[in-house]
Design a protein around this ligand. Structure first.
Ligand code: GLN
Length: 332
């Protein structure tokens, strides 16, 4: 009996869908094409008003493909717990891939969390956040037909904002590490970073080995960065150094200038920028660590991660990323 009822409902729903498809056949095809090409057109908005049978189905890729992500994400929370049989069955397999507008926290907007204290990747210029990450993200958003919004928060808070679904992605000269991979998924890497050591001219620290061999130094780092993590594990945990953690890299460098720490371990590009602003500081030749920068996404948010990854790979392949990097770093 129940079976027959279900079958009837399916047949009814299919008939309804078919008639809707016939009624607006041209429009449907048009909006599908627009979303496929990621154009600026409001591909998502017409979908919002689409027939109830389709929109009520819990088939949104963002929802279905993020088993680990918290239900806080609007895409997930929009889907009912257990929809009545009559609305759950039809048409989901016929749905086209979600347009980019529908796989972000806020429809049509790509929200990037960063910490705009990291020149030349992200920094404030007047009232605008600029830099390599800001421009690459802008190019990605344009490719996906989305408007970029950048949220400037503590570096320490970026991964939590991503995993809680408050933002779409974290992009902050962020190093791919095994530990971070436990909580977020990363895009393709788009840049290489190097952890370097900044000292005052004439410092007894002349290379990385001195931190271990001489020992007893006070090292300044930006909290929760890989500079912090590595020196903590390698040196502080071994009783070989004291680590002082600052909210911003610039604060750590200021502590070095005023003699409160003996050196700063930080990424090479911001290091160059900070040293250029503070005469009397030098970057040691030796590298503490070489790493890859990538964009972080909520674990399991493959719909958005994949969309961004395709765009990013294209921007790498066609030389756009290199052009942006060269603009800020120069061809050295
Ligand atoms: N690359 C470093 C990290 O990921 C620092 C990034 C930053 O300070 N914005 O930890």
């Amino acid at each position: 009996m129940r079976k027959i009822g279900k079958v009837l409902v399916i047949v009814l729903a299919l008939v309804m869908l078919a008639s809707v498809a016939f009624a607006c056949g041209d429009e449907t095809a048009g909006s599908g094409a627009a979303s496929g090409s990621g154009g600026q057109s409001s591909d998502g908005s017409s979908g919002n008003q689409s027939p109830p049978a389709a929109s009520a189905a819990p088939a949104s890729p963002a929802a279905s493909s993020s088993p680990q992500s918290p239900p806080a994400s609007p895409a997930a929370s929009g889907s009912p717990q257990s929809p009545p049989a009559s609305t759950s069955v039809p048409a989901q397999s016929a749905e086209p891939a979600a347009p980019a507008a529908d796989i972000t926290v806020e429809s049509g907007v790509l929200i990037m969390a960063t910490n705009a204290e990291f020149p030349p990747y992200e920094f404030w210029e007047g009232s605008k956040i600029v830099g390599i990450d800001a421009e690459v993200a802008e190019a990605i958003a344009t490719k996906l037909g989305l408007t970029l919004r950048i949220d400037d928060i503590d570096f320490d808070a970026i991964i939590a904002a991503v995993t809680a679904g408050r933002v779409d992605m974290g992009m902050a000269g962020m190093t791919v590490t095994e530990e971070r991979k436990q909580s977020v998924d990363f895009s393709t890497s788009y840049a290489m970073g190097v952890q370097v050591i900044i000292v005052k001219e004439g410092s007894p620290i002349t290379d990385v080995d001195d931190l271990f061999d001489i020992g007893g130094f006070d090292i300044g780092v930006q909290e929760a960065t890989t500079g912090d993590l590595y020196t903590t594990w390698d040196l502080e945990d071994e009783g070989l150094a004291t680590i002082t953690r600052y909210r911003r890299g610039a604060d750590a460098v200021q502590a070095l200038v005023t003699g409160r720490v003996d050196c700063v371990v930080i990424d090479n590009e911001p290091a160059k920028a900070f040293v250029a602003m503070n005469p009397g500081l030098v970057i040691l030749e030796t590298e503490y660590a070489v790493e890859d920068y990538a964009i972080a996404f909520a674990k399991g948010n493959t719909a958005l991660r994949d969309a961004v990854d395709v765009a990013l790979r294209e921007l790498i392949a066609d030389g756009t990323v290199k052009k942006i990097v060269d603009k800020y770093i120069g061809a050295d």
